[in-house]
Design a protein around this ligand. Structure first.
Ligand code: IMP
Ligand code: MG
Length: 424
């Protein structure tokens, strides 16, 4: 049963969207298992740029169906705005499906998210302000509303009223009448996309179809394995794919870890290899490191192999896609963190939050541009050495290398579990 996973194994924004877009040529179904519109995926095809937030990136390639799974949190208003934008771009969105088990994000989740950040003051997480955390909070507190609950607006009303009663004493005013008007406005259009995605997925698997599961955010933002509390509220690691879509571990054929050739992070929290000076600025401007969702400048730093080895283990990564190699064109020297010193025997997130001192290995840079290169052999020798160094240090093959944002700016290398042109 071929399910192939693609997950980011840094702090998000590794370029998963473009890798998934490329690999979807070999898949029938593209599926998301967690997160919400906090994600921002960019896919560039020719002169067209598509910005996706919750709809799987596979929508751009014409897979048969796109699934937004039970493990996600969906804001009906922003979902429908994204659908409208895709329609306007000429993309068929009748194949985008939201699980009836997915949780809804309501306006009061957004308010709670912002109030929580204000209360944290200088220790703010730097959330995207989309209500992700409070929506997941309501899910586990068993007072959330699922997409399928929109079929019964009287039930939704009872939940909204009881939430309003519970939030009033803590100073959050919820006008339940207004929330219901909001839900009633979006419910009919939303319900056209809501279905039993678990059956849809399993029928496809039984028919021998290929499912490409795309992660959102990155492993170091995972609610358990990331740099808690500076994390998102969902499971972002590969193990969450089955729990967020409704299949077992036995279905998974491969796990591709997407790694940017350097490191970025947006929002607060520790970042051992961060470069706050000129070099960081250079990575940010060449790499256009500004958030798709919030427009915030991303913090930039060197590649961190100590973190990557941890993330690769946690995800069971079988192969790596290395993105944005071209951003390093023209650097005289490139540093890579190979280990941390000064750390205890605590888990990696504790080491990162503590006094981990990155130990760097310096590699030579290359001056020739890589953006037009399409085969590994034609890369500058220092770029090949950089790739091979990462492979050796992580003990994993790098099977795809991207050298620019456009769909064709990719170098294929070796045999991948999911071969791009395989779709029957
Ligand atoms: P939240 O997911 O909006 O609650 O934000 C929690 C943390 O995750 C913040 O540091 C965000 O910047 C970060 N985050 C959430 N989604 C993404 C993403 O798609 N890319 C990068 N960072 C993200
Ligand atoms: Mg992003």
């Amino acid at each position: 049963m071929p399910v192939n996973l693609v997950v980011g194994i840094q702090w998000g924004d590794e370029g998963k969207g473009r890798i998934v877009d490329y690999l979807c040529a070999g898949a029938h179904i593209a599926a998301r298992f967690g997160g919400g519109a906090n994600a921002g995926h960019t896919v560039i095809v020719g002169d067209k740029t598509y910005k996706l937030r919750i709809v799987p990136s596979g929508v751009v390639t014409g897979v048969e169906s796109c699934i937004i799974g039970p493990g996600t949190v969906v804001n009906p208003e922003s979902f429908l705005a994204e659908i409208a934008a895709l329609n306007a771009a000429g993309i068929d969105t009748s194949r985008v499906w939201v699980s009836d088990l997915a949780q809804l994000i309501l306006p009061y989740h957004i308010e709670l998210d912002r109030a929580g950040e204000r209360a944290r003051g200088k220790d703010a997480i730097g959330t995207t302000g989309n209500g992700i955390g409070p929506a997941y909070g309501d899910r586990v507190a068993r007072c959330g509303i699922r997409a399928g609950d929109l079929r019964d607006l009287a039930y939704c009303r009872s939940i909204v009223e009881s939430r309003a009663a519970a939030l009033a004493p803590i100073g959050i005013e919820v006008d339940s009448g207004e929330i219901m008007l909001w839900l009633e406005r979006f419910a009919p259009r939303m319900l056209r996309h809501v279905c039993d995605t678990v059956s849809m997925l399993h029928e496809a698997l039984r028919a021998g179809k290929r499912v490409l599961v795309e992660g959102a955010q990155g492993s170091m933002l995972d609610v358990t394995f990331g740099t808690y509390p500076f994390v998102t509220s969902s499971v972002t690691v590969a193990g969450g794919a089955g729990a967020g879509l409704g299949f077992g571990p036995t279905c998974v054929e491969s796990v591709m870890g997407v790694v940017k050739a350097y490191t970025t992070r947006v929002g607060g929290g520790p970042f051992p290899t961060e470069l706050t000076g000129e070099t960081g600025e250079r990575l940010r401007s060449i790499g256009r490191e500004f958030g798709v969702v919030t427009g915030r400048a991303r913090r930039c730093g060197w590649l961190d192999l100590a973190m990557l080895r941890y993330a690769a283990r946690v995800n069971g990564v079988t192969e790596i896609a290395l993105t944005k190699l071209d951003v390093l064109d023209g650097f005289d020297e490139i540093e890579v963190c190979v280990s941390y010193s000064g750390t205890s025997n605590a888990s990696v997130p504790f080491q990162i939050a503590g006094d981990a001192q990155p130990q760097y290995h310096t590699l030579s840079g290359w001056s020739a541009p890589t953006t037009d290169v399409r085969s590994f052999d034609q890369l500058p020798s220092a770029a090949r050495a950089y790739i091979e160094f990462i492979e050796r240090e992580c003990g994993l093959p790098i099977t795809l290398v991207s050298v620019g944002p456009e769909r064709r700016q990719i170098i294929e290398r070796g045999v991948r579990a999911l071969a791009a042109p395989a779709r029957a």
